[in-house]
Design a protein around this ligand. Structure first.
Ligand SMILES: NC(=O)c1ccc[n+]([C@@H]2O[C@H](COP(=O)([O-])OP(=O)(O)OC[C@H]3O[C@@H](n4cnc5c(N)ncnc54)[C@H](O)[C@@H]3O)[C@@H](O)[C@H]2O)c1
Length: 368
């Protein structure tokens, strides 16, 4: 199969769909891989690095889209890319169609086969192509939180881990999923006191067994959250209700009880945020202050570390890319239930039920 890896066009997007390690695997499996010139630069990969593993570097997106049978990219198509989409071309990338009616209709009209990273789901409910980005965002949440506690950012000036004779900072984490667990691991590693609040008590029991250090747990209810928020030097919002907007679990009155110079990192901001005072920010201007509390609410945190993010994403997406390329999408869908869940649009129809429901469009199951 001819696989095209274009340069990302979204603002401040430096990741790439396939790093040279992934291209190497695809080429060795007998596929031809076209990579757009300079596409890897943002993640630290040169054109030369791609040619060394057998890729063909092409100058323009137009040429790449014209020749490729499958587009292997990170982000969803934006309007400037719409004219490039071709009938029967496979698009394997993030799509987030439930909130993108216009794009869904373009994909239907163009007759592309659209496979979304984010809806690939294994039988245990895991989302393998989404989880690596949550892991990165969770780890970064602690890292940026520790940074903004610095006095030069108007933070309280507390070192997360303290030192012998001086107490460590308290990190309160709301939500014990992928983001929350990774944030906790980092905070414990730095020697902080960690309080995790989540709804799922079985999950708390498990985390208490596997995480060691100053790790305390609380069941999620408004009373417990209010008490924990008051104690927090760093508050990390990481709750998710699948398919819905993040619930507001911290009110603005609770934020008022926080110590001056403490920090909020609301990772759930991409789903609307779980803290009432949160508003989306960008890497260019990541923080603002409300009631003396520093708020960090960047919606695409993994974009801060494109090298790690590209490699982590590729580790998760490559096995499915290989299946699509080796077997063709029809055979791949027949034999792989998680991949079938990733199929969002095919033959002008919406083939993913939650996406169809969210957009009020007809759901048509895939029939190979
Ligand atoms: N800002 C970014 O760059 C970025 C990057 C990755 C993920 N995210 C977001 O981070 C959030 C968390 O993602 P995840 O992968 O950890 O999800 P997840 O499903 O693994 O975990 C969510 C957790 O929230 C818990 N929860 C739900 N309602 C709760 C409540 N009322 N009180 C306490 N806990 C509650 C659930 O029990 C679950 O453990 C999502 O909104 C996701 O979109 C943001």
């Amino acid at each position: 199969m001819i696989i095209g890896v274009p340069k990302e066009v979204k603002v401040e997007e430096y990741r790439i769909g396939a790093p040279p390690t992934a291209v190497d695997v695809l080429v060795k499996a007998g596929h031809q891989v076209l990579v757009q010139a300079t596409a890897g630069e943002g993640s630290g990969f040169s054109d030369e690095g791609y040619t060394k593993v057998g890729a063909i570097v092409v100058d323009t997106a137009e040429e790449l889209y014209e020749r490729a049978e499958m587009i292997y990219q990170v982000k969803e198509p934006i309007p400037s890319e719409y004219p490039l989409l071709r009938k029967d071309q496979i698009h394997y990338r993030y799509l987030h169609l439930a909130a993108e009616e216009k794009l869904t209709k373009v994909l239907m009209e163009k007759g592309v086969t659209a496979v979304a990273f984010e809806t690939i789901e294994t039988p245990d409910g895991a989302t393998p192509c989404l989880d690596p980005m949550s892991a990165i965002a969770g780890r970064l949440a602690t890292q940026v939180g520790a940074q903004f506690l610095g006095r030069m950012y108007k933070g309280s000036g507390k070192l997360l881990g303290g030192v012998p004779g001086v107490l460590p900072a308290t990190v309160v984490i709301l939500g014990g999923g992928v983001v929350g667990t990774n944030a906790a691991q980092m905070a414990l590693g730095l020697g902080a006191r960690v309080i995790m609040v989540t709804r799922n008590l079985l999950r708390l029991r498990y985390l208490e067994e596997v995480l060691h250090g100053r790790f305390e747990t609380l069941a999620s209810n408004p009373y417990n959250i209010a008490q924990a928020v008051k104690e927090a030097d760093l508050l990390i919002g990481a709750v998710l209700v699948k398919g819905g907007r993040a619930p507001t679990v911290v009110t603005k009155d609770m934020v008022k009880t926080m110590k001056p110079g403490s920090v909020i990192v609301d990772v759930a901001i991409d789903q609307g945020g779980c803290i009432e005072t949160s508003c989306a920010t960008s890497h260019a201007e990541p923080i603002y202050i409300v009631d003396g509390v520093i708020h960090y609410c960047v919606t695409n945190m993994p974009g801060m570390v494109p090298l790690t993010s590209t490699m982590a994403l590729s580790n998760a997406t490559l096995p499915y890319a290989l299946k699509l390329a080796n077997k063709g999408y029809r055979e791949a869908m027949k034999s792989d239930e998680p991949l079938l869940k990733g199929l969002n649009v095919w033959n002008g129809k919406v083939t993913n039920e939650p996406v169809a429901k969210a957009l009020g469009l007809e759901y048509t199951p895939f029939k190979p």
